[in-house]
Design a protein around this ligand. Structure first.
Ligand code: FAD
Length: 291
């Protein structure tokens, strides 16, 4: 096997263009597992983990850009205000995996259980990809994540990073697994309140072919918060029946399967529980913030 070590992003893009079958390796926490398990033996690997161009994050025009090579450990250290993304990062594997694993790798693998992905979906992130010669395009997360381990990356392209409008409001990521750490999600959920749009966003992981948003539940929650006057007065409460209904609607957005980690029925139940908890946490955060 050949391993290429490009010295710059331009060089890496040229290689990707000239050899579309080359497999980029960032942290290697998915690629090396595939190799070790003999699930694939690419002729050429291209190590992109040293490309500083992919390791930057920055704020620009009210947006945040997160380079594909930023690791989970760095997100936890450098971007503590991104509560949901930090919680998702903290739940990935072990410290060793978080030191190497990147958000770009999570997008590259496009597993329905990728922990960063529900957060990116709730943030309505765009994936920025590039090819040699300066060609760049932004692809909405819905168009990028096509199915189980399928994404919209074309031969010759690399993921530069993700970009989203900075959102004001509480958010969280929660995950149910068969144990407390080093675990693939049986179900995961990101809930993000957007104070400016007065909206509630909910994305689910591990309960469909790819990440899904719970549109009907989002509309219901937005209305329930409006009816209760919570957007204007965080001290007001939403009644328990509405929180319960929200959970049911979130569960309906899932289309899970039975597998070794859990049954479809358990996954639906898990979605409702995570949804009720997350909404309650968000409302508590707002109440405490206002107090
Ligand atoms: C023990 C263990 C525990 C784990 N636990 C979790 C967990 O709890 N949650 C979770 O979500 N994941 C988990 N993973 C999976 C893995 O750590 C994540 O998916 C991680 O985000 C992969 O990032 P990476 O940089 O290591 O990707 P790599 O393995 O380097 O790459 C993954 C894929 O993305 C492609 N790729 C990477 N970067 C780019 C780029 N810039 N442009 C184009 N393609 C690119 C690669 O070619 C490859 O196809 C675990 C893995 C292990 C081994």
């Amino acid at each position: 096997m050949e391993v290429l070590l490009p010295r710059s992003l331009d060089e890496a893009l040229e290689v990707a263009q000239a050899q579309p079958d080359v497999v980029p390796i960032a942290g290697g926490t998915d690629v090396m597992v595939e190799l070790n398990m003999d699930l694939g033996r690419p002729e050429t690997l291209m190590d992109i983990s040293r490309l500083t161009e992919l390791q930057e994050w920055r704020r620009e025009d009210g947006h945040l850009f997160l380079g594909s090579g930023v690791t989970y450990t760095r997100i936890m250290r450098e971007l503590p205000e991104l509560t949901a993304l930090v919680q998702a990062s903290r739940s990935v594997g072990s410290p060793q995996i978080r030191n190497r694993g990147t958000v770009g790798g999570n997008l590259g693998t496009a597993s329905p259980a990728g922990d960063a992905l529900p957060v990116l979906a709730a943030l309505d992130a765009e994936v920025v990809v590039a090819r040699s010669g300066g060609g760049m395009r932004s692809v909405g997360w819905r168009e990028f994540l096509l199915g189980v381990k399928r994404n919209a990356l074309e031969p010759g392209e690399l993921i530069l990073g993700v970009r989203w409008r900075a959102i004001r409001g509480p958010g969280s990521f929660s995950k149910i697994g068969t144990r407390n750490a080093m675990v693939i999600a049986v179900a995961s959920l990101c809930l993000q309140l957007d104070e400016d749009e007065r909206s509630v966003r909910v994305a689910l992981g591990s309960v469909a072919e790819t990440v899904v948003r719970a549109g009907e539940a989002e509309a219901f929650a937005r209305g329930a918060l409006m009816d209760a006057g919570v957007w204007d007065d965080p001290g007001t409460t939403v009644d328990a029946g509405a929180v319960e209904r929200f959970g049911e609607l979130v569960a309906q957005a899932a289309s899970p399967i039975d597998d070794v980690r859990g049954t479809a029925a358990y996954r639906r139940h898990a979605c409702a529980v995570l949804a009720r908890r997350s909404l309650t946490w968000a409302l508590d955060d707002r109440r405490e913030g206002a107090a």
